[in-house]
Write a protein of this length. Structure first.
Length: 568
């Protein structure tokens, strides 16, 4: 069997995912068990892996799944706790009536608040929170969903306190083999991961600066009386200012602090700067833009859910809660994360409670660990407990209600990940086999590298976006394709860190067209059944993102001659 056939067979699980999810419109819950079974069959009968190695890979993937779900639970649990203490209502109230201009409102609520929520919670919560809020203050339901979906881009690579990098890229690469190669150059794995983080932040920093402008241009084009791009472009000074207010601290944080903090800190800084600027009329056009009267809106713009301003009002028992107290739990998360990553003693304390699974079933290179306190999920949980007792006189009820709601979300996400992550680990661990053939990522990478040649960097981000579209998650896309992107870069003798960064950026952009995210955001405003109308619009910013990412990476490699570690 030649290498081309091996390459095509290696891609079969990914192609099958696309056929079942997109072509046949099966749910991920139905698709991923089948894809895992097919991947295991290919590993056993084509790659000639031992049953012991396949099963140990599944167990390794299961431990990683627990780590991911722990972070998801912590993020959603904190959010739901704040909902039940009334803090979210206080936070929301701070955004209303800053400006009557709908373009300004979209930038503040969707971009500034949404990017912060992405950094703190991730997993689609920004759109789920921002969309109902915008609808309640007068946005069409479809427009609110579109704005919510478009923020599923720049901050997403560092969403949920860095999960797509910390878990997605980290667990999607063969860290053992790469660490050996890095050691020959005097580098550690942590150095390589931080380099990827820095490059992801810088690429996003360039492209993401223009996202607020693109958002308001699409708002005026698709939901304005005059269907005009120019009416959105007219606010370009304020939109670019808002973009920079996020991307500058975001990029600097990614370069100097690591993957957990960029979206979290960038969002906080942009909220403070942009709201104050809008209140003072800084760079805001004198002409206010608004939608037509609601009676003139097409029926497809309207959601079935009716949200009134009273629904987002601050509860009577929380009228005295200050904005500082409402924001305190998220500030505490940021503080705990910084301390746990900077202070060695604190890190040692948190990592002391770690479950290590080394040499699973005797496979020396297959290991996993679970550190519940050190992972962001533990720190988010601590912040939720503090919030419940600090913000309400009924902490037990708030925590109980939040636990019930959060558990349902985690169980829903968990069923899919139970099959998806083990599939990825089989994919990655397939290099050890009785036939002595290259691993599945290597075989597929060689096929792509041979097909696209030196133009491969131009499509790296697109591959990441397609992974997010298929899997419904940029974290899973990074798990699926990071090793593939690494092998393709090594085959072409170009910078593997930069190509993996392009993968991560593309996967983030793919969240804008991830069907799961669109469905979740649409459900919050009663717009189920109209996902196609949203997807037809979000494909435009997605194309903008992957195209410019490809151009930036191509220029870095072939014009500026960037090499980086491991590039020969």
């Amino acid at each position: 069997m030649n290498q081309t056939i091996y390459g095509l067979l290696a891609l079969l699980p990914i192609v099958l995912s696309g056929i079942l999810l997109i072509g046949l419109q099966w749910s991920a819950k139905k698709t991923m068990p089948i894809v895992l079974a097919v991947t295991a069959a290919i590993a056993l009968f084509i790659w000639d892996m031992t049953f012991n190695r396949v099963f140990s890979s599944i167990l390794e993937g299961s431990v990683i799944t627990v780590s991911v779900l722990w972070i998801v639970f912590g993020a959603i649990f904190l959010l739901n706790t704040l909902k039940h203490t009334g803090a979210i209502a206080v936070i929301r109230a701070g955004f209303i009536n800053v400006s009557p201009d709908r373009r300004v409102q979209a930038i503040i609520i969707a971009w500034c608040f949404g990017t912060f929520l992405e950094g703190a919670s991730g997993f689609g919560t920004p759109a789920a929170i921002a969309a109902p809020l915008m609808m309640a203050i007068g946005f069409p339901a479809l427009g609110a969903v579109l704005m919510g979906m478009m923020i599923q881009s720049t901050p997403v690579s560092f969403g949920a306190v860095g999960t797509p990098i910390v878990i997605g890229v980290n667990k999607g690469l063969d860290t053992t083999a790469i660490s050996v190669q890095l050691a020959q150059q005097g580098l550690a794995w942590e150095d390589f991961l931080q380099l990827i983080t820095s490059q992801v932040a810088m690429i996003h920093g360039v492209i993401g600066t223009f996202m607020p402008l693109l958002m308001v241009m699409m708002l005026t084009r698709f939901f304005g009386k005059n269907k005009s791009w120019k009416e959105g472009l007219a606010i370009w000074p304020f939109a670019i200012f808002a973009g920079l207010a996020f991307t500058i601290p975001y990029t600097l944080t990614g370069v100097f602090l690591g993957p957990e903090f960029p979206a979290l800190i960038g969002g906080l800084v942009s909220i403070a700067i942009v709201i104050n600027a809008a209140k003072r009329g800084f760079l805001v056009p004198k002409t206010t833009w608004d939608f037509e009267p609601q009676k003139n809106w097409p029926s497809e713009w309207m959601g079935k859910l009716v949200i009134s301003k009273e629904d987002i009002a601050v509860p009577l028992e929380n009228k005295t809660m200050s904005a500082v107290m409402a924001w305190f739990p998220y500030l505490l998360v940021a503080l705990l994360l910084v301390c746990s990553r900077v202070f060695v003693e604190f890190k040692t304390l948190l990592t002391s409670a770690t479950l290590d699974f080394t040499s699973i079933l005797g496979e020396s290179d297959i290991s996993a660990s679970f550190s519940p306190l050190y992972l962001p999920g533990g720190l988010l949980l601590i912040s939720a407990l503090v919030a419940a007792f600090a913000q309400t006189n009924k902490p037990t009820k708030a925590l109980s209600d939040a636990f019930g709601e959060s558990s349902k979300t985690v169980l829903s996400a968990g069923f899919v990940l139970i099959f998806t992550i083990p599939m990825v680990r089989i994919f990655i661990n397939s290099g050890v086999n009785l036939t002595d053939v290259a691993s599945m990522p290597v075989a597929s990478a060689e096929l792509f590298a041979g097909t696209f040649g030196n133009a491969f960097p131009l499509v790296s981000a697109t591959i990441g976006a397609l992974g997010a579209f298929i899997a419904g998650s940029n974290t899973v896309s990074n798990m699926m394709f990071s090793q593939f992107q690494y092998e393709a870069a090594m085959s072409l003798h170009i910078s593997p860190s930069l190509i993996i960064a392009a993968q991560a950026v593309g996967a983030a952009a793919g969240n804008m067209i991830a069907i799961h995210n669109v469905v979740a955001a649409s459900a919050t405003v009663g717009l189920l059944g109209m996902e196609g109308a949203t997807l037809r619009r979000t494909i435009l910013p997605t194309l903008y993102y992957v195209l410019f990412c490809g151009i930036i990476v191509m220029a870095a490699i072939y014009i500026f001659g960037f090499k980086g570690p491991l590039a020969s």
